[in-house]
Write a protein of this length. Sequence first.
Length: 326
Amino acid sequence: MRRPCYYLIAVSNRHNLDLCIRHSLAGFSNSGTGVWTFLEVSEGDFISFLYGARAHNLFQVVRREAVTEFETMPPWPPVTFKESGRTYHFPIRHSLKLVREFDESLVRSEFAYVAENLLLRAGYRKTHFQADQTTLQSVSQMGTLSSAMPEALNYPSYTTFLPRFTKRQSEKRVPFIFQFQEVILQAAIRQFLHNDESLKTLLLQLGIDAALASQLEVLGEKAVSEGHVDILIKDRVPIAAALKLVVEVKRPKAKAGDLLQLRAYMDEFGKECIGGVLIAEGFPRAMLRDALGMKISLLKYELPLDWSQPRTFQEIQNGLRLSIAT
């Protein structure tokens, strides 16, 4: 069973925020971060818009699509950056249903999980930030329920596409074909573990009681003082203690420094961290011994796909295999 996630979506300016709220629509650029958001935020998830250190409204995602004719598609004007000269459009779109209306400061204690991420990152620098279930429960009581309908857009006819991924630089054609990078692998593994049965299997592999799976949630990047954790598995509703399992993902073969990095993250969470997991394509023999002494589990991922042609994210998810490194 897949439980809904909650994200705060960063908006670049007030005009775009107004367009998003007026039309109950979120848009993301023709870039790596844009397609990353497309992979992470799914139908059924909840979002709020983040602008000026304030959270705006609670929406549920009802549809997501990537628009082929994005250069002529309303409502957002293209954005050109002076430094790079690059112009960005918004082919990635999430259609939303307004659930609650509010305009709340991130200074509120209820937003502490996301506010800490922003503080440690020294600003937004991302399209979206995942919050935990405790935050979603809190915002589900903020403001008032809404029955307001979005202002309709006069769309021209358009077609949609599924972004694909390649291991060959020569095949890259943004936003239709992207390089298969580490962040894509991270998203695939997080979505894989978001399923209770997959999470149970992981816990069994790690020697942890599989019955805990229903009590845990799988979250994306979490900023800490030492950097950022790729995947954080934690108690959904902490009582007395808040157990945490830290997961670090590496697309190529792991290096010795990866163990030290993960151990630093584990130490930062203290006694409530029940373990660390390093996932990579392979491991040097010496790392198996070193990881044991650090209480870190090593998992090898496999993607037995034919990469002679670009692959969809669903194909990557379906092909993903995780096993204990030996």
